[in-house]
Design a protein around this ligand. Structure first.
Ligand SMILES: Cc1cc2nc3c(=O)[nH]c(=O)nc-3n(C[C@H](O)[C@H](O)[C@H](O)COP(=O)(O)OP(=O)(O)OC[C@H]3O[C@@H](n4cnc5c(N)ncnc54)[C@H](O)[C@@H]3O)c2cc1C
Length: 458
């Protein structure tokens, strides 16, 4: 058996794995990157990028439908799904080429094939052994389902949903989290009759309660149906459709059922546990240096408990490379990781929700302010509703920012700097925000919280 030796051997070429590879190589380490499918992983091929391309087509459909209201004569005639998919694939292909070029320009050995640990520091791929002074596990995640709910036929996951070459007439979306609401939003814009079923009491239940409420209002207005706080019981498939039943006896029919109940760690069968790596329900446990229970074996991305987001994976990959190179980078603060839900409207948030802040510091020790986008010129021009909600510690910094409205995802950059740099509202209030931008809403909210509101009624 041929044996190859590297400073770093990385299993999985998704967001976490390829970031670790690029940064390791920048730092002069020799790197092998093992990937069984395509570099870029879920995010590039089946996640972030293709869904956002579809959301852009969805936005254009909505804008076209509403064009008359702003004096533009246009007629919405329908969705040409093969063309939507062609547009989406073009973007993915270009980014994939770019990434492949980036990786090959570095001195990274890309190994095609499925690998598994055969010793704590050795991965076997296609009968060859790759031994690393350090190992990075980054094998990503898969779409979960519920016990007894089989995927197949008209019961699909996000991977299948992205491959549809037609617009379904009626869909049931099981799960009102990020992936569920993004697909619900896309399909509604494409003309589909959508019903979301969510077992928890609200849509987007991980967000601040007022954001969840605003999201429900916005979806109701868009004609997206949802049932919350009731558990799914089962589904029957026929040649023409599905009927989903809930535990309260209600049932819903549709052409398809999208199962969007979260993502599970893809770790089974790769020799992790057998080689002494501590796991919990399939997740790889690490310390805050992202090192597993086996010294020199690190883990990044969706297999590490926490937010399953591409930019968290990138950051973890970079962190691990720097740690291996002896740079002792600062540990990643999970609370400071920005989150965006790219539906219409969008949600963008960073830091603590009001409930969490009250639980951590006591309700009397925090102040909360909600700036309504009704007072923001650009939001009025775009015809969007929503708000920027700030949470501060009294006489202290901003500890949470929560936004909802069209395009607010683009505002997350400033929000995350404010929270992560522990800025005081008084400091942000003195910074000038360009007029008229949606970004002004962040400035206005801080001005109001600092006691000097300008375009705010409260
Ligand atoms: C529909 C959808 C939309 C999303 N949208 C967003 C978004 O807008 N923003 C965001 O931040 N995140 C989004 N995500 C989440 C994001 O895609 C993940 O957080 C991210 O891809 C995780 O990166 P990773 O490196 O952990 O895993 P992955 O990207 O899953 O990469 C793991 C890689 O490892 C390979 N692999 C697995 N096992 C082996 C093995 N044994 N041998 C060799 N190779 C192996 C796989 O082929 C894969 O390429 C979305 C996810 C989905 C499903």
């Amino acid at each position: 058996m041929a044996e190859h030796n590297f400073d770093v051997v990385i299993l999985g070429g998704g967001s976490g794995g390829y970031a670790a590879a690029l940064r390791s190589s920048q730092l002069g380490l020799s790197v092998a990157l093992i990937e069984r499918d395509k570099l870029g992983g879920t995010c590039l091929h089946r996640g972030c990028i293709p869904t956002k391309a579809l959301l852009h087509s969805a936005e254009v459909a909505d804008v076209t439908r509403d064009a008359g209201a702003v004096g533009v004569q246009a007629t919405f005639q329908g969705i040409d799904m093969p063309q939507v998919n062609k547009y989406r694939d073009g973007i993915v292909d270009r980014l994939f080429k770019g990434l492949t070029g980036l990786v090959s320009a570095k001195d990274i050995t890309v190994v095609a094939g499925e690998g598994s640990l055969v010793a704590p520091k050795t991965i076997s791929v296609n009968g060859e052994l790759y031994t690393g002074k350090n190992i990075v596990l980054a094998t990503g995640s898969y779409s979960k389902t519920l016990p007894g709910l089989e995927i197949g036929g008209r019961v699909i996951t996000s991977e299948h949903a992205l491959q549809l070459d037609f617009v379904p007439s009626k869909v049931i979306v099981l799960g009102g989290g990020v992936i569920g609401v993004e697909f619900a939003s896309i399909w509604r814009s494409f003309g589909t009759d959508v019903t979301i079923i969510e077992g928890l009491p609200t849509l987007v239940p991980n967000e601040d309660a007022s954001v969840s409420k605003a999201m429900e209002r916005a979806f109701r207005k868009r004609g997206i149906n949802f049932k919350t706080g009731v558990r799914f019981q089962g589904v029957q498939q026929s040649a023409t459709g599905v009927v989903a039943t809930l535990e309260n006896g209600e049932s819903f029919d549709g052409e398809l059922l999208l199962v969007a109940v979260g993502r599970g760690p893809n770790t089974a069968g790769f020799g992790y546990e057998e080689n002494g790596i501590k796991m919990d329900r399939g997740y790889v446990l690490t310390n805050e240096r992202l090192e597993t229970s086996v010294p020199g074996v690190y883990a990044a991305g969706d297999i590490v408990p926490g937010l399953q987001l591409a930019h968290r994976g990138f950051q973890q990959g970079i962190f691990i490379a720097e740690e291996i190179a002896g740079q002792r980078p600062a540990a990643i603060d999970e609370l400071g990781i920005p989150k965006v839900t790219y539906s219409e409207p969008e949600i963008a948030s960073v830091g603590l929700t009001e409930a969490k802040a009250a639980e951590t510091y006591g309700q009397d020790n925090i102040s909360v302010y909600e700036y309504n986008l009704g007072g923001n010129g650009k939001s009025q021009i775009l015809g969007t509703a929503g708000f920027v909600k700030l949470i501060r510690r009294n006489n202290g910094p901003i500890i949470g920012i929560h936004m909802i409205g069209s395009r607010v995802g683009e505002q997350i950059g400033e929000a995350q700097l404010i929270v992560n740099w522990e800025a005081f509202p008084e400091e942000v209030a003195s910074l000038v925000h360009a007029h008229p931008t949606m970004n002004e809403a962040i400035g206005e909210a801080h001005m109001a919280l600092a006691g000097k509101p300008l375009h705010a009624h409260a």
